[in-house]
Design a binder for this molecule. Sequence first.
Ligand SMILES: Cc1cc2nc3c(=O)[nH]c(=O)nc-3n(C[C@H](O)[C@H](O)[C@H](O)COP(=O)(O)O)c2cc1C
Length: 143
Amino acid sequence: MGKALVVYGSTTGNTESVAGVVAKTLEGEGLEVVLKDVAGVKPEGLADGYDLVVFGCSTWGDEDIELQEDFIPVYDALDAAGLSDRKVAVFGCGDSSYPHFCGAVDAIMEKASELGARVVDLPFKVDGSPDEAEAQAWAKSIL
Ligand SMILES: Cc1cc2nc3c(=O)[nH]c(=O)nc-3n(C[C@H](O)[C@H](O)[C@H](O)COP(=O)(O)O)c2cc1C
């Protein structure tokens, strides 16, 4: 048993739908899960009280990596989220025809690592439309 937070940033709904599957799957595994749209969260103390924090973020931009727009202010202030020694896993939706496929996932993993989080070295990068079974399998794999 434990408590998990799933926070997602999604513009067209793909990452949101994966976040829902991940949250439901973790619940099915016996965790108490809180699911939040990043647009409604403040970074300060975000991770406090959780055994696992799952971030989901799509990638935008072209030459440069751009995080989904609602995620940017939280990413910029991630040092206030209390990630030190916290277990963190990251997923996101993207499109492999872009030069930086799911670059937002890599950027969040890197920053969380720098902040002392125990980052699960198993990013889930969705190319195109999300597949429910793959999302379920990934959620189980991060436990
Ligand atoms: C203008 C534009 C730029 C994009 N840039 C990237 C990118 O750099 N890397 C990537 O993997 N996907 C990129 N994508 C694809 C989106 O991340 C993808 O459509 C994703 O499923 C959107 O997820 P969301 O609905 O959760 O926001 C881009 C899409 C658009 C329309």
